[in-house]
Design a protein around this ligand. Structure first.
Ligand code: SF4
Ligand code: SF4
Length: 86
């Protein structure tokens, strides 16, 4: 049986495609238990977590898709997923 292959997204790097408008959950970085290990930044599939001048990490909500991977992998449980208000 032949499989139909399709794609609903335009090609391009995720940094070039804003993903924030349809996000259901957003990661909130509490910065109270963070050890500044950088794991969240390494695992983010969108590459949208960056280190600030104070060395804490923060997500760019223009590109975050709310997958929760950063929250799942944070060893300090410093990232809480909260539902977006529409
Ligand atoms: S993974 Fe958690 S503890 Fe590590 S830098 Fe990110 S928020 Fe901080
Ligand atoms: S929720 Fe997903 S896309 Fe958003 S910052 Fe965390 S790992 Fe990246």
């Amino acid at each position: 049986m032949a499989l139909n292959v399709g794609c609903s997204a335009r090609p391009g790097k995720s940094r070039a495609n804003r993903t924030g408008s349809w996000r259901v959950f957003r990661p909130v970085f509490k910065h109270d238990k963070c050890t500044k290990c950088g794991i969240c930044s390494l695992v983010c599939p969108e590459g949208c977590i960056e280190q600030r001048e104070d060395e804490f990490f923060e997500a760019d909500y223009e590109f975050c898709k709310g997958c929760g991977l950063c929250s799942d992998e944070c060893p300090a449980e410093d990232i809480v997923m909260e539902q977006e208000e529409k």
